[in-house]
Design a protein around this ligand. Structure first.
Ligand SMILES: Cc1cc2nc3c(=O)[nH]c(=O)nc-3n(C[C@H](O)[C@H](O)[C@H](O)COP(=O)(O)O)c2cc1C
Length: 364
């Protein structure tokens, strides 16, 4: 039996406001912004419904910090001042429902689709994607644009930002010894490959107010990453307490590592056993019931991130806190069901590309 009681306990952070419970909305791309990255009513509704539904922290989708880092059509933008007004409306709306707000900062790097970014860029030339290597000046500009986007989030009234260092996007591309073959101070040793990430975090700290919350999302596998290296980067960030929370994107928070030499224990355990001072640790991936969430806390995390179960139930936290046996509906679900849960047509269409999610003859 798992003890689900702790899920409802508040969670203080080293900086910024405490969360009312242990639930964070996982960042989820929803293709609902304007073509220029400005917030739309549909995106506002999708997110504020989750704040109303009890999430302790409501995270936006990945928001691009530079036009040439756009990873998705109708992606939320944070790279220009014209984005601030919409972000301010969103931050206010999330706060009105008692939820802490975070803007996820993203640059797709060599994964930017050609129809959005004619010449994608990355740490090194990449034959597979046709991306070209950033010059040293451009790497510094990239760093500065992440920091400028965090300043915009602050100006808009967000409680903080989450730096997207996961899923093989630009920061993960720099971390990867396979993708990053630079010979300057941003390539080579792990210290050099992690330099962009550390400079972004230090820059946000230096330029935003002292209680601005800074989170980081890392994924420790795929895209040429090595678990041991990502653990080392995490260990250093936790030791320095430069971030307020680390969000581990594992796709399955209960799995074992892919690397054979690391098997025999959970992937998560490589991070829960690191000393972390006042930094909070959370994980995402296949957490869809109260007992799943409680197991992740029992495994040593401070909070959980809920993705697909939060698409299905805007009030997932409130429901599981009221009833520890609550189960979200089984997939697939209908378009009408998703519309009632606050998803606009672009988002529903996007979910049609996720296998088994939307079914036209689904029972609900
Ligand atoms: C529709 C969709 C969009 C996503 N977009 C993002 C994103 O913008 N940024 C990100 O870091 N992860 C993104 N993810 C990953 C989720 O944040 C989460 O880590 C993943 O879905 C696993 O959690 P779950 O099993 O609870 O869904 C997305 C996932 C889904 C299903």
């Amino acid at each position: 039996m798992t003890n689900t009681h702790s899920l409802g306990e508040p969670l203080s952070m080293k900086r910024g406001p405490a969360l009312r419970n242990r639930f964070m909305l996982a960042p989820m791309t929803n293709l609902q912004s304007g073509d220029d990255g400005r917030l739309s009513d549909d995106e506002y509704r999708w997110l504020t419904m989750r704040a109303e539904g009890g999430f302790g922290l409501t995270m936006t989708c990945a928001a691009h910090v530079q036009a040439n880092g756009q990873g998705f059509p109708r992606q939320l933008g944070a790279g220009e001042d014209m984005h601030v007004a919409g972000l301010a409306r969103l931050a206010r709306g999330i706060r009105e429902f008692g939820s802490v707000s975070s803007l996820q900062l993203h640059h797709a790097g060599n994964r930017a689709p050609r129809d959005l970014v004619p010449q994608p860029v990355g740490p090194s030339d990449d034959a597979e994607t046709g991306a070209r290597a950033l010059t040293l000046d451009e790497v510094e500009q990239l760093r500065d644009d992440f920091i400028a986007a965090a300043r915009r989030a602050q100006a808009a009234g967000f409680d903080g930002v989450e730096v997207h260092g996961a899923h093989g996007y630009v920061i993960a591309q720099f971390l990867s010894p396979e993708v990053n073959r630079r010979e300057d101070r941003y390539g080579g040793s792990l210290e050099n490959r992690a330099r962009l990430l550390f400079e972004i975090i230090d820059g946000i700290r230096a330029e935003c107010r002292p209680d601005f919350q800074v989170g980081l999302r890392l994924s420790p596998e795929r895209f040429g990453l090595q678990l041991g290296e990502i653990r080392e980067v995490a260990a250093q960030l936790l030791r320095q307490e430069a971030i307020d929370y680390l969000d581990l994107s594992l796709w399955n928070a209960f799995k074992e590592p892919e690397e054979e030499a690391c098997q025999g224990r959970s992937l998560l355990s490589y991070f829960t056993d690191l000393p972390r001072g006042a930094v909070r640790l959370g994980a995402a991936g296949k957490i869809s019931t109260a007992s799943d969430a409680a197991r992740i806390l029992e495994a040593g995390c401070d909070f959980v991130l809920i993705g697909r179960a939060a698409i299905l139930c805007h009030d997932f936290p409130n429901r599981v806190l009221r009833n520890s046996d609550f189960q979200p509906p089984a997939l697939p679900v209908s378009e009408q069901y998703l519309a009632a849960e606050g998803l606009g047509p672009h988002y529903v269409n996007y979910l049609r590309t996720w296998p088994g999610f939307v079914g036209d003859s689904a029972p609900i």
